[in-house]
Design a protein around this ligand. Structure first.
Ligand code: BTN
Length: 274
């Protein structure tokens, strides 16, 4: 493994996230490596970023595969958040905001967030986020944020049959597929995301910023008011309408039988008849 060079190091204004960046040409999964570093806790891994040009066994949410050919941004970062347990879901929220805002800034596309943390353009998935954590109030606690962005990828190279890139909606895209021609600097995008995550994470330590962060999330959110299907373990559970987002990023739903539900994780798809 090779510690990444000046391009990122020189420009990155962070104190913690990205203080070590390991860049591989090929890995099974950046997420698996980051988890094992965090688990073993050999040295202070907080802020370490693992980046790979391609992954053989990229992982998506819900135990799906994540197709990761050359041309994407595939990275995982290890954090040790100093926040109360009740706020842990906010890590998913700030990751989604950071990825969405950074893509919009660098590509000039207007992407949006589909709950909980997919980034979409025109209803097609452009980026996904996977959060793994071990939280038990010891100093081994960690959260690994895995981020996958289809940048310069020919969509036909994404394996649609089993990849989470295609889950439920079956529609995927890449930045290059949408902007045609203009080059996207993968490292600039990475730098933006790492800086935003560090900033938002520091804000999470203060309660007063919580509602501001949820406000930003709602503005980027494409799912408010939509009729959806809620899935559990890949199977349809019930139909509902999205009423609101709570203070911690939970989805407030009204089921078709009028009962109310709140969910913090799971999978949803938008119903056709919206
Ligand atoms: C999703 O299902 O939407 C989440 C996809 C997350 C993919 C990223 S790519 C970098 C990191 N390493 C992995 O194996 N998965 C995550």
């Amino acid at each position: 493994m090779e510690e990444i060079y000046k391009r990122i190091e020189l420009g990155l204004r962070n104190h913690v996230i990205g203080k070590q960046i390991y860049h591989y040409k090929k890995l099974k999964s950046t997420q698996l490596l980051a988890i094992s570093l965090a688990e073993n806790n050999i040295k202070n891994e907080e802020g370490t970023v693992i980046l790979a040009d391609q992954q053989d066994e990229g992982r998506g949410r819900g135990k799906k595969k994540w197709s990761s050919p050359i041309g994407g941004l595939w990275m995982s970062l290890i954090i040790k958040p100093r926040i109360e347990f009740t706020k842990f879901n906010m890590i998913s929220v700030i990751s989604a905001i950071s990825v969405c805002e950074s893509i919009n800034r660098i590509s000039k596309l207007k992407t949006s967030i589909r709950w909980p943390n997919d980034v979409l353009f025109n209803n097609k998935k452009l980026a996904g986020i996977l959060i793994d954590s071990s939280i038990n109030n010891s100093n081994h606690d960690y959260v690994v944020i895995g981020i996958g962005i289809n940048i310069d990828i020919d969509i036909s190279k994404i394996n649609l049959s089993n990849a989470s890139n295609s889950i439920l909606s079956r529609k995927v895209t890449s930045i290059q597929n949408e902007i045609k021609g203009r080059a996207i600097d993968r490292f600039m995008l990475m730098k933006q995301i790492l800086e935003k995550i560090e900033l938002y994470l520091s804000l999470l330590e203060y309660d007063k910023y919580n509602s501001i962060i949820i406000g930003i999330y709602k503005q980027l959110f494409d799912t408010l008011g939509k009729k959806i299907i809620v899935y559990q373990d890949g199977f349809k559970k019930y139909n509902a309408t999205v009423k609101d987002i709570d203070n911690y990023g939970g989805l407030i739903l009204e089921r078709d039988d009028n009962s109310l539900e709140k969910i913090y994780s799971g999978q949803i798809s938008i119903r056709e008849n919206n």
